[in-house]
Write a protein that binds this ligand. Structure first.
Ligand code: GUN
Ligand code: ZN
Length: 362
């Protein structure tokens, strides 16, 4: 299912086989929480060579519900995306307002913000929901502690996550199952969580509970600890990360998979990710700028429009501005990952990192 093809120190180049295609790692997944990468059509995604995205099974379960999805023949057909789809379990929604009621050994109780109804998500039920949605990779039901978390709370998150991991169905046809390492910012707990899960037959491993407010240095330290313990021959997925710099820093530490709202959220807020750095297109300096967003980019936005036009759309609050920026940003991240894979292949990662630090560093 996962094969490593080349390495540059700890960085790995690999292939992950899924029921909807073979994915070259390291890869980045745009986020489609509610079965849409915000503002982008499937054709837009295809034009950017997006081969995989991540949706959220708790959101989809609550709305539109499994019946609607099944009537369409599953999530791929519902949203007309033919690439691979990961689904998150809902464990992360523990720390997001509006869903979480409580957790115990049996699982998590969520309350629908739409009608107030309560549902018990056991590990088995979480997997069943994700099977019925028809995603290619299911993330286990995990207990994500908030940041900051006391040692006691973090310990409980690891204990419950390990218990749920044992119950989460694995080796299912057509769908891979990924474990999720927790442990907040406590080294011994991260170690324990990674060890506990390593002994189970997951197809890959998420690293969760990070990028939620802790210092970047701490996040990198946690990734280092976990990557030293997880089985070499399984993909590692740093959940909710990130920007080009964070991705490089993590790839250097052995991470293979990423997802983040970074390109789409920035796009909706008027910021372009470019080979010259982050550009806020709302700024007056772009009012007369005849260049494309990025001279090195061949996306639809960059081939057809000037910075001045996008500046105008944003200032007038025209939704096309958000769309064109999101499209460019997603394309940019996909191209960035291609370049990253080439640099790994050529053993050039350290040099590439320095170049990116010059562009995106503070
Ligand atoms: N997305 C970002 N972080 C997490 C996490 O800790 N758990 C889950 N399930 N999803 C995430
Ligand atoms: Zn572009």
């Amino acid at each position: 299912m996962f094969k490593i093809i080349a390495k540059d120190n700890k960085a790995r180049l690999g292939i992950l086989k899924t029921a909807h295609g073979e994915l070259k790692t390291p890869f980045f997944m745009p986020v489609a929480t509610k079965a849409t990468v915000k503002t982008l059509t499937p054709e837009d995604l295809e034009s950017c060579d997006v081969k995989v995205l991540i949706s959220n099974s708790l959101h989809l379960f609550l709305k539109p519900g499994l019946e609607v999805l099944e009537k369409h023949g599953g999530l791929h057909k519902f949203m007309r995306f033919e690439g691979a789809i990961f689904t998150d379990s809902g464990g992360f929604q523990m720390i997001r307002k509006g869903f979480f009621v409580r957790a115990d050994e049996s699982g998590i109780i969520f309350r629908s913000p739409y009608d107030g109804q309560k549902y018990l998500f056991t590990p088995e039920f979480s997997k069943e929901v994700q099977m019925r949605i028809g995603s290619d990779v299911a993330m286990m039901l995990d207990y994500c502690a908030e940041y900051p978390a006391s040692y006691e709370e973090a310990k409980r998150s690891v204990e419950l996550t390990t218990k749920w991991a044992q119950k989460f169905p694995k080796n299912t046809k057509e769908q891979l199952s990924f474990g999720i390492v927790q442990g907040s910012i406590y080294e011994d707990l991260r170690e324990k969580s990674a060890k506990d899960l390593s002994n189970m037959d997951f197809d890959g491993y998420g690293i969760g509970g990070l990028s939620i407010g802790e210092p970047k240095k701490v996040m990198h330290r946690m990734v280092e600890i976990v990557d030293g313990i997880l089985p070499e021959n399984k993909p590692r997925y740093l959940m909710g990360v990130g920007s080009p710099l964070e991705i490089i820093e993590s790839v250097i530490r052995g991470v293979d998979i990423f997802d983040s709202v970074f390109p789409t959220r920035n796009g909706r807020h008027g910021t372009a990710i470019t080979s010259e750095g982050m550009l806020n297109l709302r700024k007056a300096e772009f009012k007369n700028d005849m260049q494309p967003l990025d001279n090195e980019c061949q996306c639809y936005t960059c081939e057809n429009f000037t910075r001045a036009y996008i500046h105008h759309l944003l200032r007038e609050k025209e939704i096309l501005g958000m769309h064109l920026l999101s499209l460019h940003n997603v394309c940019f991240m996909i191209q960035f990952m291609k370049r990253l894979r080439e640099e790994i292949e050529q053993g050039n990662l350290e040099k590439f990192k320095k170049e990116m630090e010059r562009i995106y560093g503070t």
